[in-house]
Write a protein that binds this ligand. Sequence first.
Ligand code: FES
Ligand code: FES
Length: 171
Amino acid sequence: MAATLKVGPDEKVRIRVKVNGVWYERDVEPRKLLVHFLREDLGLTSVHVGCDTGHCGACTVIMNGVSVKSCQVLAVQADGAEILTLEGLAKDGKLHPIQEAFWEKHALQCGYCTPGFIMETYWLLSENSNPTEEEIRRGLSGNLCRCTGYQNIIEAVKLAVQKLKELKTIQ
Ligand code: FES
Ligand code: FES
C-alpha cells in the first residue's frame, strides 16, 4: 500500500499488482482510480463504472481477500495488492459455480450490474458459506440493479450456496 506520495498530479508512479494470478507493473497517475486502471491499463472490462461515487457496486472487485468498490480506491493504493476480478473466476473454460448459478437462475437482465453482484457474492460466500436469505440480502445491499432483478439474484446466490457445498471450495 502506497504511503505518502511526493509527486505532482501529472507525474506517474510505478505500481505492481497481482491481478487474477498475474503480476503487472505499470506507471500510473497518482489520481487514477483503480477501476480505470483495471479497465484501461489491463483491459479488464468486466469491472464496470456505474456511479463513480461508491453507491452502485458495479465496480466491485476482491482486493487482498476483501470486497472493495474499485471506484473508491486509487490505483496507487493497490500497489503490492492481489486483486480478483470476474475475468479470474472461470477456470479452464468452465464457469465458476457462482457464474453458473446466475446463468441458471436468469439473474440478469441488461447485465450491467452482474459482474459486481457476482464478485460481491464471491466475497459473501467466502466469509459465510451458509448464509440465510436475510444475510444474503444484507450482504448484497451495497449493490444496485437498475433493472431491479433482485429476486432472481437472491435465488442465484442460494443456488450457488448449494453448488459450493457439493464442491466444498469456492476456488
Ligand atoms: Fe463504484 Fe458505482 S461505480 S460503486
Ligand atoms: Fe440491468 Fe442489473 S441487470 S442493472
